[in-house]
Design a protein around this ligand. Sequence first.
Ligand code: FES
Length: 244
Amino acid sequence: MPKITLLPHPEICPEGSVVEADPSKSVCENLLDNNIFVEHACEMSCACTTCHVVVTEGFETLEASSDDEEDMLDKAWGLEQRSRLSCQLRNLSNDITIEFPRYTVNMVSEIHPRKESSAVNEPKSLHQDDFFVSGSAIKHLSKMIESNSGSCGIRISLKDSGCSGFAYDLNYVTDSDPSDYHGNFSGVNVYIKDTSLIFLRGTELDFIQDGLNQNLVFKNPNVENECGCGESFTFSNKPYAELK
Ligand code: FES
């Protein structure tokens, strides 16, 4: 079986390592199988760049990258000529050597925290277990932010609404509020109002396209009832109990 040699990285593998690769699996899967915790924020769907590696030896033996991989790589931190997304690298036929970039664009990783310390006036970090953004939602939010000049992210909060209780409120962010929670999802800045987080904990934000219909969808485990028109909702007792 071909071997993957890993050059030392201070957090991922400080001593470096060598793993035997199962060619039927991606390089990212092979590393995870060997307890090398390379980031994979989009669950290996080619929708982020957190699994970025630089192939320092054996690059020319690899299968060519797809257009989707090339497009994502353009957004990677520390892009080099021999950069690849490890989740897209399969069918290894030869030994390769890879190096991990010092950082990824994912600042919410629990494994490799990018920030050394948080300044007093910076928003608090949003943990991935508290709020998750799917690959398709990341793409959609990224387009929204790009089309709104001057904005650096999206802020999510709750507002009173309709016949049933609450609704989600999304706004563009130009200046971050230090009391917010902040997560960087593959380059997309998401801010959550501090008092709303307890009601959003465990939520996945997804983007669903069905024919001509397309929507951002909140899959929020704390929601108990939705009104008939789908405009507003109420919460279970759980978040209220946490507030006490
Ligand atoms: S894990 Fe997201 S592109 Fe590889």
